[in-house]
Design a binder for this molecule. Structure first.
Ligand SMILES: [Zn+2]
Ligand SMILES: [Zn+2]
Length: 312
């Protein structure tokens, strides 16, 4: 009888053990899954941090580009010295600012390396293309962002004014406080008769894009045209030079550029056309325009092509 009991106990023990095995297995799997979840949560937190830091860095890159354009254009206009390769020189100025910025990110354990691959003009003359390669990672993490990008940066941000260096580079006009004073430099530079129509002309040189972007609209009302002149706005133009070529004091430009009005100081019947790429043209390609009166104090001289373009 006792033997039978013992046998039963033995059998029960074995059954219990067999039942326990899946429970133990389940426990092991659950623990492993928990660890996996913790790991992937850490990983996704890390990759979020890298993503956010990269976005912040790229925003800063845009500001650094604007800052570089501001400083370089101010330097060219102040010194009167043109750049020999504006793309290369802007790239170098920007790269050194970018290197400083990546050092600051290092304080938060974010390792960013960013190489400026190039600076170029874009289809819109009021934008500049910045090409860069970027890698970002966290000190301890396996996550990593690696990309190659091209971003457009506007050159017309009022916080980082960009200056048009062409008037000073072509004529040696005096630059002071965002405008150039031509004195007798522009009238002397003009090869046509009646160049004295521009004696003592003054021209603001901050590049601002004209908001009247349907250009014939300028002729709808004298106030529109006067407002454009007062603010010294710039307009898209095939014949005008782009910013990068202006910094190099070029005579022509294969990119899409911009143009602006230069306001004469003397009233005549006819005089060289009041467009910067006409007056500052050093290829003997200046031409005349007819007098157009805008108000008692303001006239401009325009050729037929520009009259039609601006609806005047
Ligand atoms: Zn305009
Ligand atoms: Zn150009």
């Amino acid at each position: 009888m006792k033997i039978i009991k013992d046998n039963r106990g033995y059998a029960t023990g074995i059954i219990m053990l067999i039942l326990l095995i899946p429970i133990l297995l389940l426990l092991v799997i659950t623990i492993e899954e928990y660890e996996h979840d913790v790991n992937s949560t850490v990983e996704s937190l890390e990759s979020n941090k890298i993503k956010t830091s990269t976005e912040n860095f790229e925003e800063e890159l845009i500001l650094l580009t604007k800052q570089s354009l501001h400083e370089v254009s101010l330097d060219v206009i102040g010194s009167g010295r043109a750049l020999t390769n504006s793309r290369k020189e802007l790239k170098e100025v920007l790269q050194s600012k970018v290197d400083n910025a990546t050092t600051r990110f290092l304080e938060n354990n974010i390792i960013i390396s960013c190489h400026i691959d190039g600076i170029d003009s874009s289809d819109n003359p009021f934008d500049i293309e910045v090409h860069y390669s970027l890698e970002a990672t966290l000190n301890s993490s396996k996550s990593k962002i690696s990309k190659k990008e091209c971003r457009l940066v506007e050159i017309t941000d009022a916080d980082y004014p960009v200056y048009d260096p062409l008037p000073t580079l072509k004529t040696g006009a005096v630059f002071d406080d965002d405008r150039v004073y031509y004195l007798n430099r522009l009238s002397g530079y003009i090869t046509l008769d009646a160049g004295e129509a521009y004696s003592n002309a003054v021209q603001p040189v901050t590049v601002r894009q004209c908001p009247y972007n349907t250009y014939p609209e300028h002729g709808n009302h004298n106030n529109t045209m006067l407002n454009c002149i007062k603010n010294h706005y710039y307009h898209n133009s095939h014949d005008g030079l782009c910013l990068l070529c202006r910094l190099e004091n070029r005579t022509s430009c294969k990119d899409y550029g911009f143009e602006t009005f230069i306001i004469p100081t003397v009233v005549m019947e006819q005089a060289p056309a009041s467009i910067d790429h006409v007056l500052l043209n050093d290829k003997n390609a200046q031409y005349n325009g007819n007098n157009i009166r805008l108000d008692n104090n303001t006239i401009i001289y325009l050729d037929n092509g520009h009259k039609v373009k601006y609806g005047l």
